[in-house]
Ligand binder design. Structure first.
Ligand code: HEM
Length: 293
């Protein structure tokens, strides 16, 4: 029985560590990936494979592609890719560090660690601006329908496609706005999370209203705030049964439809962008059978 990596469906954890690896082109990743699969339950660690890795395995995952760089008037959403993406979910920072070291030991030197990002839950699940993030996520069966490839679609049943972007906030710029400007940027009141019906069309939730697309563009967002010594922002993570919903959402945010850019860009911008395929779980381990592993 193939099922989705359970961490995808669960609420975000108190703490997380993201690891992005590139592939050492001279190496054969098969043995290492098989070892990794034994150590991934999809809950404490959610794993995604990038297109370069699938090609190195001689495989083909229908629907997987590389992240297309998006540009809009004065705006860029860069593509940075990655061969292997690991989302370590937990509640203890020390334990996460040891788990990350364990993963690195398994996959090195075939994979090279390119980037580590430490992330955390803020309050009840807020972005660092103080706005609740995830309110309009589909729930229950709707979440499964949005995020997971359906069971009759063999051999990909139970898998998911994830779009990941690291956004850097300028909280100084955000805090310089009046309370009304902030609310109009998001399209909700910070005080009670109520939607603002007459928010400007640039408001983030006007740009991304999932039901306003044809077909509706539902994604399952599992984003988490991040911070290092000097900067902070959001690791935006959206799981989908394909990348289509994410792409139409980002296109409209960039102003590609009507020239209106998402007001979010007034205080934040993405510095990375990658697409990954998240294999299903079978018997408590990552199922890579579609890749012959
Ligand atoms: C720094 C970047 C971002 C921040 C701080 C942010 C924050 C938020 C907040 C506060 C909400 C309102 C509450 C909710 O429904 O979750 C929201 C809604 C939403 N966001 Fe974002 N977001 C960001 C980037 C993105 C990106 C890149 C996408 C997709 C390409 C996206 C898609 C959505 C969607 C689909 C909704 C729900 C809209 C609806 O149907 O009402 N967001 N976001």
């Amino acid at each position: 029985m193939h099922s989705a990596q359970p961490g995808i469906m669960e609420p975000i954890p108190p703490l997380a560590r993201y690891l992005i690896f590139s592939l050492n082109a001279a190496s054969d990743p098969r043995r290492v990936l098989a070892a990794l699969a034994e150590n991934v339950d999809g809950d404490e660690i959610v794993v995604g494979l990038g297109q370069s890795l699938i090609l190195a395995l001689g495989g083909n995952i229908a629907g997987l592609r590389t992240f297309p760089p998006h540009v809009g008037p004065g705006l860029e959403a860069p593509a940075t890719h990655g061969a292997l993406w690991c989302w370590l979910r937990g509640a203890d920072r020390g334990e996460l560090i040891h788990r990350a070291r364990g993963i690195e030991r398994i996959v090195s030197p075939v994979f090279r660690l390119e980037k580590t990002i430490d992330a955390f839950r803020y309050g009840s699940g807020l972005d660092l601006t103080g706005y609740e993030d995830g309110t309009e996520n589909p729930k229950g069966e709707d979440a499964v329908a949005a995020a997971i490839v359906e069971s009759r679609n063999r051999p990909l049943a139970g898998s998911s496609f994830v779009a990941v972007q690291q956004w850097v906030h300028s909280l100084d710029q955000f805090e310089a706005m009046t309370a009304e400007e902030q609310d109009f940027t998001i399209g909700r009141h910070k005080s009670d999370n109520e939607e603002i019906g007459d928010a400007p069309p640039s408001a983030h939730i006007k740009r991304t209203a999932q039901e306003s697309f044809e077909p509706a563009a539902f994604v399952l967002r599992r984003s988490m705030p991040w911070a290092d010594e000097t900067r902070e922002g959001l690791v935006f993570v959206a799981f989908g049964k394909s990348f289509d919903a994410f792409e139409v959402l980002l296109n409209r945010m960039m102003g590609a439809e009507d020239g209106i850019a998402d007001a979010l860009f007034r205080f934040t911008h993405p510095i990375s962008g990658g697409y990954f395929w998240c294999p299903p779980i079978d018997a408590g381990r990552l199922d890579l059978s579609v890749l012959g592993l």
